[in-house]
Design a protein around this ligand. Structure first.
Ligand code: ACO
Length: 338
């Protein structure tokens, strides 16, 4: 059996920065409220008058990941595209991205697992590499949230949380396991509980209504904007993230203190602080980016890995643990050696 590894990562955020103060021009909110509750100082949003969409942000992120991996785009066997903010209802955004990257013919698979999208994708990539079906897989998490947010006081509980951005990773065959500190993905752990699907969701457009998928009335009611029961999400996140993280450590007989770096999903700094507190993880071992980018959903973990490399915090041979929680509810973890 092959082992897989992450060969390289890359990320991209659009240039426009929206500070918390800038959001105050659109809605009743304050820098103090947002920072205290979430740790977010700013986020990047695409030009709202442009046609820029998730597949556009994914291209530079993927090109950087390919460069970092030393892999040509022609060598890619499969694209896995994770997003909750697709370019269109169908076809999958992976197809639009494939055309923009210029790699026709290879399979493109979209996955819709929201904040755990990258880890679900990593697990799928890991299985394809392990079976020998594919040798090199391009995994992308990309989001343009800004255009889908209710950017008013009515939607402020959700609107202030999300940023636009993309991250990508090239997954390939891992190093020979007998090599000390061989770079490889040890395991991935996936979960979902659909009983909580409507705690964080976008109801429209949808077939779970009588009549048309979208009507002017339901559009007027704002059913196409995300709805969140923030407290319920928070409560479950701080329980499930430590659980799934421990699950990955136990599966590999690794102690928490052996992990060199924790790169968690970035939904709320307070969630990550509570996870760290519960498990006794020292702050210097956690790499957070939420203050600068907000929640970029499927992109947070690859952006985190890329930023950690740039900051000199992630180096070859390090043991890395990741975990994510989000809409669905879905939650997941992965343990790998860089
Ligand atoms: N600015 C100012 N005031 C606000 C804002 C805002 N942006 N948003 C809400 N408020 C107000 C509310 O109206 C409320 O006012 P009231 O007391 O007069 O009714 C007050 O602030 C408190 O609101 P709460 O909802 O109780 O605030 P809470 O402390 O729960 O924090 C938050 C809200 C930050 C959203 C928190 O619940 C949270 O982070 N939840 C988890 C979010 C999360 O992880 N989402 C995952 C998304 S990932 C994915 O899968 C897509």
């Amino acid at each position: 059996m092959n082992y897989s590894r992450i060969l390289g990562v890359g990320s991209y955020v659009p240039p426009n920065v929206w500070t918390n103060q800038d959001l105050g021009r659109l809605m009743e909110t304050s820098d103090e409220w947002i920072q205290q509750r979430t740790g977010i100082r700013q986020r990047h949003w695409v030009d709202l008058n442009s046609e820029t969409c998730s597949s556009d942000l994914a291209v530079p992120a993927a090109e950087k990941a390919l460069k970092a991996a030393g892999v040509r785009k022609e060598e890619i066997d499969l694209i896995i595209f994770a997003t909750l903010s697709p370019d269109h209802e169908f076809p999958g955004t992976g197809c639009f991205f494939q055309e923009k990257l210029g790699v026709p013919g290879i399979p493109a698979l979209d996955i819709r697992q929201q904040c755990t999208g990258f880890l679900y994708g990593l697990s799928i990539a890991d299985q394809f590499i392990k079976t020998g079906m594919y040798k090199k897989i391009l995994l992308v998490g990309a989001e343009v949230h800004s255009k889908g947010l209710e950017r008013t006081t009515h939607g402020r509980d959700v609107a202030v949380l999300f940023g636009d951005g993309a991250g990508a990773a090239v997954i390939g065959v891992g190093e020979e396991p007998r090599i000390p500190k061989a770079s490889q993905i040890f395991s991935t752990h996936l979960h979902a509980d659909g009983r909580f699907a409507k705690e964080l969701w976008v109801p429209e457009p949808g077939n779970a209504h009588s009549g048309d998928r979208l009507t002017p009335e339901r559009l007027k009611d704002g059913g196409h904007f995300p709805k969140m029961n923030g407290k319920t999400v928070f409560m479950h996140a701080v329980k499930k993230m430590p659980e799934v993280l421990i699950e990955s450590l136990k599966a590999n007989e690794v102690r928490l203190e052996d992990v060199d770096l924790f790169v968690f999903h970035q939904a709320n700094l307070r969630i990550n602080e509570m996870v760290a507190q519960q498990l006794g993880i020292p702050a210097e071992k956690i790499f957070n980016t939420i203050d600068r980018f907000g929640n970029t959903t499927a992109a947070t973990i690859p952006i985190g890995l890329d930023e950690a490399i740039q900051a000199g915090k992630l180096k070859p041979g390090m043991l890395v643990a990741t975990a994510a929680f989000g809409s669905g509810f879905t939650w997941a973890s992965a343990l790998f050696r860089w």
